[in-house]
Design a protein around this ligand. Structure first.
Ligand code: KIV
Length: 330
């Protein structure tokens, strides 16, 4: 991809919304200077709606720890759960690129474990690509994963899995030294085999340098407008989080919509007016049912003898024997 390719920008082609999206599609869009859209997604229903809207990449992020499981840190995301969520998203949007985040300690401890876990995201999770938060020191393991056949996106810049070490979530690359380190990380990860990079919470100047020094598609989050792709946590975009990050500009207020809808349901339930359509009895069955019910005084209907079923076969419910002999429609 040339410099001038990178500097082009323009609307995402409408065709891209409906045609199947693959990793190659994203490379081609990046090369053509057409930005692609990425959002986090954690379930099949949302995957379907986002894909209908034309989102190209669904990231099953470890932010599921916060958005789905209610933890306050992404490092609490269990591997098994994230694999299952990834498969759900792919089932919901089989023609989108599904990127799975490798959670904390699923790739840091040793190379064998990292490769096996990445493989599980591809096989059990049906992911198209996995994402790892990494710096240049991860190049060897990324090289091995890549040679084993795993497409990898290297997540650079601010790396939320380091929040405990660094005393919280924060922006990255705000000093020249840090910025140079991020550029060096980007180049090392690309050399090691990363097919994409994701850069989080850095000043646009740093992104610019990364774009200039690498050739793979770069997805940004809070990293300026010039990245090939852009991602947000979907709840931040839809107005469902109390404190979205500064770079997230919501396009809807679904939190308020959901609160309003929930209040409406509470009202309907309270008024015994839940709406919808009731099931109907088959023709004649309502009359038959009525004729087989015990009378209010506890006796069976006229002419019917009544017996009690033993416990375990009706739990002592009194049912008239005439039940099975009555003619339909009576
Ligand atoms: O886990 C995640 O959702 C992410 C995005 C915030 C980029 O990594």
């Amino acid at each position: 991809m040339s410099q001038s390719d990178r500097s082009q920008s323009g609307p995402v082609s409408p065709g891209a919304a409906t045609n199947p999206v693959t990793l190659r599609t994203l490379q081609e869009m990046a090369a053509a200077g057409m930005p692609f859209a990425c959002l986090t997604c954690y379930d099949a229903t949302m995957a379907r709606w986002l894909s209908r809207g034309g989102v190209h990449v669904l990231l099953v992020g470890d932010t599921a720890a916060e958005m789905v499981l209610g933890f306050s840190r992404t490092i609490d995301m269990p591997l098994e759960v994230l694999i299952a969520l990834t498969a759900g998203v792919k089932r919901g949007a089989p023609d989108r690129v599904v990127m799975a985040d490798m959670p904390f300690m699923s790739y840091q401890a040793d190379e064998g474990t990292a490769i096996r876990n990445a493989g599980r995201f591809l096989t059990e999770g049906m992911a198209d690509i996995v994402k790892v938060e990494a710096d240049a020191s991860f190049a060897p393991v990324i090289g091995r994963m890549s040679r084993a056949g795993v497409p990898i996106c290297g997540h650079i810049g601010s790396r939320p899995q380091l929040a405990t070490l660094e005393g919280g979530y924060k922006a990255a690359g705000r000093t020249a030294t840090e910025a140079n380190q991020i550029v060096a990380d980007a180049m090392a990860l690309e050399d090691a085999g990363c097919r994409q990079l994701l850069i989080e919470a850095v000043p646009p100047e740093v992104t610019e340098l990364v774009l200039n020094r690498t050739r793979v598609p770069v997805i940004g989050i809070g990293a300026g407008p010039r990245c090939h792709g852009q991602v947000l946590v979907v709840q931040d975009l839809l107005g469902m989080t109390e404190h979205p990050p500064r770079f997230a500009d919501p396009v809807a207020q679904l939190g308020d919509e959901i609160t309003g809808a929930a209040a409406e349901w509470v009202r309907r339930v309270g008024e015994r007016a839940t709406g919808g359509q009731a099931y109907k009895m088959r023709p004649g069955e309502a009359a038959q049912l009525e004729g087989t019910q015990p009378l209010a005084d506890g006796k069976g209907p006229a002419g019917a003898s009544v017996h009690t079923y033993p416990s375990g076969n009706g739990g002592g419910v009194r049912r008239p024997q005439a039940e099975r002999t009555r003619t339909p429609g009576v």
